[in-house]
Design a protein around this ligand. Structure first.
Ligand SMILES: Cc1ncc(COP(=O)(O)O)c(C=O)c1O
Length: 337
């Protein structure tokens, strides 16, 4: 695939490492686990949105934008990283934050909320859970345009066919690294949220005819709608790349067993998984995305879906700043629901 045909900014001056997690593999007594460390991507505190923003910000700049607007939950990693990219590019950034858990916005909260304040967000617009968030972003954009400014709206999670190119690129980067390492991966495990990561990575695997199954762990939706979301976006990316053999629906694998009571609500599995990875590998996962995905991978190993003798690649998509907004949960002062 020729990704160089698309404008791109660079926010990470290296390929993120793939690490063998020998201690975690030993503790689980199953397959050999490798981790793609996208938590070490560039911009403030890294994470998967950095890859998407390389393409999205290039598009915003090509269109002459002076302000970016995006949306997310109250502890959104995507919002923090969009703001960080805007800072790098000398643009302003406004955020629409959705209270998916009622009354969850606290302007003095730690984690990503604090980082957004530190990075100098221009304005935060808080809306209730289930609101028309895209409509609100359009309203903010119209108000800025009326003042003569040039807003550029980035969808939630940066998950459109432009942003998802970042994860097509990630799949290519992984394949090249694994070839160099001489490691043949049997399964990739990643988080499936707004779907750009899942759809982009799958398209990258398909475009390289690599035939490695990709398992998505949903952190929000049921597997039916999540599969549709991933498949729809993968089709649009395949079209953008003019793939002769686009991604088919039957390769979209989604487990919805690890969401718990809902998006961002802690589960015991997540707490145990985050602690286990911290205490075996000294790697920080996050409570909302990668912690639940790790809980899923551990459970699927225990159920024998992934077996000894196989090689797994876990995609670490970042998010550790959100840990600091969940200290009560990890100290055991607040019980998971
Ligand atoms: C740390 C982290 N991992 C995974 C995801 C999910 O990625 P996507 O929205 O592309 O499905 C997100 C999304 O916000 C995230 O912040």
């Amino acid at each position: 695939m020729n990704l160089a045909q698309f404008p791109r900014r660079r926010y990470t001056p290296y390929a993120t490492p793939i690490e063998k997690l020998s201690n975690l593999s030993k503790a689980l007594g199953g397959p050999d686990i490798y981790m793609k460390r996208d938590d070490l991507l560039g911009l403030a505190a890294g994470g998967n949105k950095t890859r998407k923003l390389e393409f999205l910000m290039a598009d915003a700049l090509a269109k002459g934008a002076d302000t970016v607007i995006t949306c997310g939950a109250v502890q959104s990693n995507h919002c923090r990283l969009t703001l960080a990219a805007a800072v790098k590019e000398g643009l302003k950034c406004q955020l629409v934050l959705e209270q998916r858990v009622p009354n969850s916005y606290d302007r003095y909260a730690s984690g990503n909320n604090f980082l957004s304040a530190l990075l100098g967000v221009e304005a935060v617009h808080v809306v209730e859970g289930g609101s028309d968030v895209s409509g609100k972003m359009q309203e903010v954009a119209a108000a800025l345009a009326a003042e003569g400014r040039k807003p550029y709206v980035i969808p939630g999670g940066g998950s459109n066919e432009i942003g998802a190119l970042g994860y097509v690129a990630c799949a290519e980067e992984c394949l090249a690294q694994l070839f160099d390492m001489g490691v043949n991966i049997d399964h990739v495990i990643l988080t499936s949220g707004s779907a750009g990561t899942h759809a982009g990575f799958l398209t990258g695997i398909k475009g390289n005819n690599a035939r490695i199954p990709v398992t998505g762990i949903s952190i929000n939706r049921k597997s039916g709608p999540q599969t549709e979301l991933v498949y729809g976006l993968a089709q649009r990316i395949s079209e953008k790349l003019k793939l002769e053999n686009p991604v088919q629906k039957d390769v979209v694998i989604v487990y919805d067993d690890y969401v718990g009571k809902g998006y961002s609500r802690p589960t015991q599995g997540m707490i145990d998984a985050v602690k286990l990875v911290a205490r075996t590998e000294a790697i920080l996962m996050d409570p909302v995305y990668t912690g639940k995905t790790m809980a899923g991978m551990i459970d699927l190993i225990q159920k024998g879906v992934f077996t000894k003798g196989e090689n797994l690649l876990f995609l670490h998509t970042g998010g550790s700043p959100a840990l600091y907004a969940y200290t009560d949960t990890f100290f055991g002062l607040k019980q998971p629901e």
